[in-house]
Design a binder for this molecule. Structure first.
Ligand code: HEC
Ligand code: HEC
Length: 268
């Protein structure tokens, strides 16, 4: 029999009654039922989970030297304890395990198990796990469109919205607009102007999807330059009049019109 097959009940029974013919004594006179359960749960969490639950993944070759030291977090990975269990229902060790799970395991194991699938667990981004991650390789972000996303980062659903479309045949004015857009606007709107980039997913209201036919219906060059110049009150859309010159605003509007605003809805 594997240790991990040892049921909780069987363990409680042994601790309560002892095991005949062995040094394992009965603790019935020493510990009450709750205490016996507590000690069994501790042993299960720390030792059995530690030894029993290992996987093809958490091995030293994959960088998981001594995976057992994370044992208090195991029940949260396996779903044995729901992550949203009220803290006061957890033992101090389990609370530690939960903290560990949240800081070191949640990125891969996600929420494992929760009692209540609330807003917290919705697929909308509430945090971004890659500390210090930048989709741009160089610090001269402004004028270059780097494509060397690393393999890990590009696995996120955001990354593909951080790559500017390559458009041939832009006029010099539109090229200038491209540089300005990618340096200033892409931060919120995404390089694809969809707003489905990382930062965009946090903003409320979200950045307008400049490629959306409905949202951009009837958009004109004049309206574009006005919005860019004045910004939009009560949103994060800034007013650019103090930042960009009239020519630069014209250029960025020309680029947005040419590359992003759907053609059929264009009035000019
Ligand atoms: C980089 C991704 C990654 C991270 C981080 C990670 N795990 Fe895992 N874990 C996996 C994968 C993949 C498996 C499944 C492996 C398998 O089936 O062989 C797994 C399986 C497990 C299992 C077995 C689950 C079961 O149902 O049998 C446990 C327990 C576990 N992980 C605990 C942890 C703990 C505790 C941490 C944090 C300290 C952690 N893991 C962090 C990827 C990860
Ligand atoms: C700090 C974030 C942020 C930056 C930077 C930003 N925008 Fe916006 N933008 C927004 C948000 C948010 C909205 C949507 C507001 C709404 O829905 O009411 C928006 C809306 C728009 C709209 C739609 C206006 C309309 O009337 O429909 C256009 C066009 C636009 N932005 C262009 C730009 C351009 C061009 C730049 C760069 C010069 C830029 N934005 C920079 C956040 C930003």
């Amino acid at each position: 029999m594997q240790l991990s097959d040892l049921s909780r009940e069987a363990m409680i029974k042994v601790v309560t009654e002892g095991r005949e013919g062995s040094a394992m004594m009965s603790f019935a006179a020493v510990l009450n039922r709750a205490e016996i359960e507590a000690v069994v749960d501790y042993v299960r969490d720390v030792f059995i989970a530690g030894d029993g639950i290992n996987t093809r993944y958490h091995i030293p070759a994959n960088g998981w030297e001594d995976h057992q030291r994370y044992a208090p977090a195991f029940p949260f990975a396996t779903g044995e304890i729901a992550l949203d269990t009220p803290l006061e229902q957890l033992t101090p060790l389990q609370q530690e395990g939960r903290q560990l799970f949240i800081s070191a395991c949640v990125t891969c194991h996600d929420r494992s198990k929760v009692e209540e699938e609330g807003e917290w667990w919705s697929p909308r981004a509430v945090s971004f796990p890659r500390g210090g991650y930048s989709n741009k390789a160089s610090s001269t972000v402004a004028l270059t469109f780097e494509r060397d996303l690393d393999a890990l980062s590009s696995a996120t659903p955001f990354a593909r919205h951080e790559i500017a479309p390559e458009v041939a045949g832009l006029t010099p004015q539109q090229r200038l607009g491209e540089q300005i857009f990618q340096a200033n606007c892409a931060f919120c709107h995404g390089a694809t102007a969809t707003g489905r980039n990382w930062v965009g997913s946090f903003l409320q209201p979200p950045p307008r999807d400049l490629t959306d036919a409905e949202a951009m219906a009837g958009m004109t060059h004049q309206r574009l330059t006005q919005v860019i110049t004045e910004g939009l009150v009560d949103t994060t859309m800034p007013a650019w009049r103090g930042v960009l010159s009239r020519e630069e605003i014209d250029a960025v509007a020309a680029y947005v019109m040419r590359v992003f605003v759907p053609r059929s809805d264009r009035t000019q």
